[in-house]
Write a protein that binds this ligand. Structure first.
Ligand code: BGC
Length: 350
């Protein structure tokens, strides 16, 4: 079968190659890959900046945003041929640390977790893949076109879970959220905000185009002005930061109303230095009981919440987030970022 592979930390090494089919049996589901979402992490791995091959190997099968259809399922697995499934990304560390031992491997404490398509485990970027049933999530049959958005939606479901848990340390009844960045994570965060009945605002650099249209179609208010001014005007109770751009992150941290929660979800590269008035930031955090919380990855609870959120969303709105579909063999086009992209998806069918 064909698979998108890469030698981690070697720029330009991404290649579609023949690789062996997953071995039969072994208690796993055998899945026909339908689609693979491409995100910033995949682009970083392809650029040689991130990623780990499986032990003893040079190449890693890329891809962690999966969607497939079960071809074979062991008896008693809870799955049947034809089911639409997504594979969970992370696996607990083998020791395991206390968080992994409690099934919260998204909160791994020792960094020895593994991740499909990212860290030491082959990903889902192949025509066939297999997955342990306990790391597979069943999707509503209506999500055959858009279920590939489940993994980014799970990251967002976790971010909202963090915001609500942090808020719950005292009386918390948020009304307004500002989402910075209208990529897939930002727009899905906005969707979950709308589903919670909040007044949702989305801010992005793009003044118009598919991102602005997608935010508007959700019923959110779209902004493209400076973050600090917009936040000052809106005084949001919650900010979900989805750009990872240092100046935006800084303005987001300082931008909430009192008792605000800023959740950072964007992975930045290091080396960008900007002057910071830490005294001002500290003063506002302390005097307002604000919290800044980082959030990455997702555990099965978040995948389940995300699957429910996608099933409840307008299918045409979800479809509008997928702005390009590229066949596997033309993967290089999918790895390019184009100005009007929201989510780019590789199609895996033969
Ligand atoms: C993935 C997460 C993963 C993180 C760090 C993100 O792109 O969505 O599942 O934990 O990268 O490797």
């Amino acid at each position: 079968m064909r698979a998108l592979t890469v030698v981690p930390l070697q720029p330009g090494s991404a290649e579609v190659r023949d690789v062996p089919d997953p071995p039969p049996g072994d208690g796993r589901l055998l899945v026909e890959g339908l689609a693979l979402g491409v995100c910033g992490t995949d682009r970083e791995i392809a650029a040689g900046e991130y990623g780990w091959a499986p032990p003893g190997r040079d190449r890693l099968v890329l891809g962690h945003e999966s969607l497939g259809r079960v071809r074979e399922a062991p008896a008693g697995s809870g799955f049947a041929p034809g089911d639409l499934v997504v594979g969970i990304v992370r696996r607990p560390d083998p020791r395991p640390c206390p968080a992994c031992a409690h099934g919260e491997f998204d909160m791994c404490r020792n960094g020895e977790y593994t991740e499909r398509g990212i860290k030491e485990l082959d990903g889902y970027g192949s025509q066939l893949w297999s997955v342990e049933p306990q790391f597979a999530v069943a999707l509503d049959a209506g999500l055959a076109e858009t279920g590939v958005l489940l993994e980014p939606a799970s990251v967002v479901a976790k971010a909202w879970d963090q915001v609500e848990r942090v808020g719950a340390r005292s009386y918390f009844a948020p009304e307004r959220v500002l989402v910075t960045g209208a990529g897939p994570i930002g727009l899905l965060a906005a969707l979950l905000g709308v589903q919670r009945g909040l007044d949702v605002h989305v801010l992005d650099r793009a003044e118009a185009g598919p991102k602005a249209r997608a935010a508007g179609a959700l019923g959110a208010t779209y902004h493209s002005g400076p973050v600090a001014e917009t936040a000052e005007r809106l005084r949001p109770d919650v900010i979900i930061e989805a750009t990872g751009a240092p100046p935006v992150v800084l303005d987001a941290i300082a931008g909430t109303a009192a008792y605000g929660v800023t959740c950072l979800t964007g992975v930045s590269s290091s080396g960008h230095r900007i002057p910071v008035d830490l005294g001002r930031a500290n003063r506002s955090l302390v005097l307002e009981n604000d919290v800044v919380v980082g959030s990455v990855n997702a555990n099965p609870r978040h995948y389940t919440a995300a699957a429910q959120a996608l099933a409840a969303a307008d299918p045409a709105w979800l479809a509008s987030l997928i702005t390009r579909r590229v066949p596997l063999e033309r993967f290089a086009e999918a790895l390019e970022s184009r100005p009007d992209d929201i989510k780019v998806v590789l199609t895996l069918g033969s």
